[in-house]
Design a protein around this ligand. Structure first.
Ligand SMILES: Cc1ncc(COP(=O)(O)O)c(C=O)c1O
Length: 376
């Protein structure tokens, strides 16, 4: 028998699910594919970690044990070829608050925050949250993948932002930046004295098995196991900050704002680091097969275009708005919730989360095909 059954459909309604219990759905039967969590049950090792706490019945404050620090250090060295020191680590409840704290520490209303667009929305929203200027430059399609417009990156850096928010693998483009691209980004940011804050949360979710994740090894790099092991609701992440002064400046923006990590989060992260590779070895082929199915069906539709992803389970699907108008709205009316590209500062796109049983993905594809055919 297979250890993991990614085909099983688990009812998540009435579980306070951000995805399934969205108030805008009302009584409608909507298939939700927005926010980035997976429809798959977590591995037994994670359940065992939670059961251990339930049996113990104590939910007091927790510390981050050295065993967790060592586990993260080993993973970063083994999987991403970066040798780090334990004292570089700062454990935080989530990467989004970490990004906000990093921007609060190193950007100001006089300079600003830079990011490529489209991008995971907190990367551009953070500027508004803090009242700092936002600078953006576009991703471009090159050789069948999304990459940076490096000329535009340099022009944007000339405007004087002090923080560059780097998403690798990129959400929503699915790009895993190559060593050469990373060197170019690092050189440019160094030239204009701009700190790189790197978010590598999707690093394990390789759709293209030939790509290698390369750490940018910048001023602050964030890692978490929460995406690949489907524990996003529990939080927990680590910031790797080699420079002690930068580390302290970052920490000062977290004191009093960030809660301590919960015991659940700590025990579950420990479990994910200790797990054999069989979860990832089973998950990735399933995600790849969903990806390939979606890619081929989308690219058969007129005025619809999807580039193959190198990583993540978030498809970035372009559409011709002259043909389809507001496609996101049409899909919603037909029973499928995908995110509007504008949320990521990319118009005429939708983002679809395909980390679900194949039966759900097939239903979503059918809705898209019906909406497209009805519009013609
Ligand atoms: C690129 C990226 N960073 C961070 C997060 C969320 O991280 P956290 O839950 O640790 O705040 C997501 C969630 O989708 C994401 O896609």
């Amino acid at each position: 028998m297979k250890k993991y059954d990614f085909d099983q459909v688990i009812d998540r309604k009435n579980t306070f699910s951000f995805k399934w219990d969205n108030v805008s759905y009302g009584d409608r039967d909507i298939l939700p594919m927005p926010v980035a969590d997976m429809e798959f049950p977590v591995a037994d090792e994670i359940i065992a970690a939670i059961d251990k706490i339930s049996e113990h019945k104590i939910l007091g404050y927790s510390i981050v044990p050295e065993s967790l620090q060592i586990a993260a250090q080993k993973k970063i060295a083994r999987d991403y070829a970066w040798e780090t020191k334990l004292e570089w680590q700062v454990w935080i409840p989530g990467i989004v608050p970490g990004i906000t704290a990093a921007c609060a520490a190193f950007s100001s209303p006089q300079d600003g925050i830079l990011t490529a667009v489209p991008v995971y929305h907190p990367f551009h929203l953070v500027a508004g949250w803090l009242g700092h200027p936002l600078f953006t430059f576009p991703m471009i399609e090159e050789a069948g993948r999304w990459t940076y417009d490096f000329i535009a990156l340099e022009e944007a850096l000339k405007k004087g932002p002090k923080v560059f928010l780097f998403c690798n693998p990129h959400n929503p483009g699915g790009t895993v930046f190559s060593k050469a691209e990373i060197k170019r980004i690092k050189d440019l940011c160094q030239k204009y004295d701009c700190k790189i804050i790197s978010d590598e949360i999707h690093a394990d979710l390789k759709i293209d098995s030939s790509v290698q994740h390369t750490c940018i090894q910048s001023e602050i790099s964030f890692f978490a196991t929460s995406k690949a092991y489907n524990t996003a609701g529990l939080g927990g992440a680590v910031a790797i900050i080699p420079d002690p002064a930068i580390r302290l400046a970052f920490q000062k923006k977290t004191f009093g704002f960030f809660p301590m990590l919960s015991r659940h989060s700590i025990e579950v992260m420990l479990a994910t680091y200790a797990m054999p590779s069989d979860w990832i070895d089973a998950l990735l082929p399933y995600l790849r097969s969903n990806h390939d199915l979606l890619l081929s069906r989308m690219n058969q539709l007129p005025g619809i275009k999807m580039l193959p992803l190198e990583a993540t389970y978030l498809a970035w699907i372009g559409f011709d708005s002259k043909l389809y108008g507001d496609l996101q709205k049409r899909l919603f009316e037909a029973g499928l919730h995908v995110l509007r590209g504008d949320q990521f500062m990319g118009s005429d796109f939708v983002r679809l989360n395909f980390a679900c049983p194949k039966s759900q993905l097939l239903k979503a594809i059918e809705i898209i095909e019906n909406v497209v055919h009805a519009a013609r």
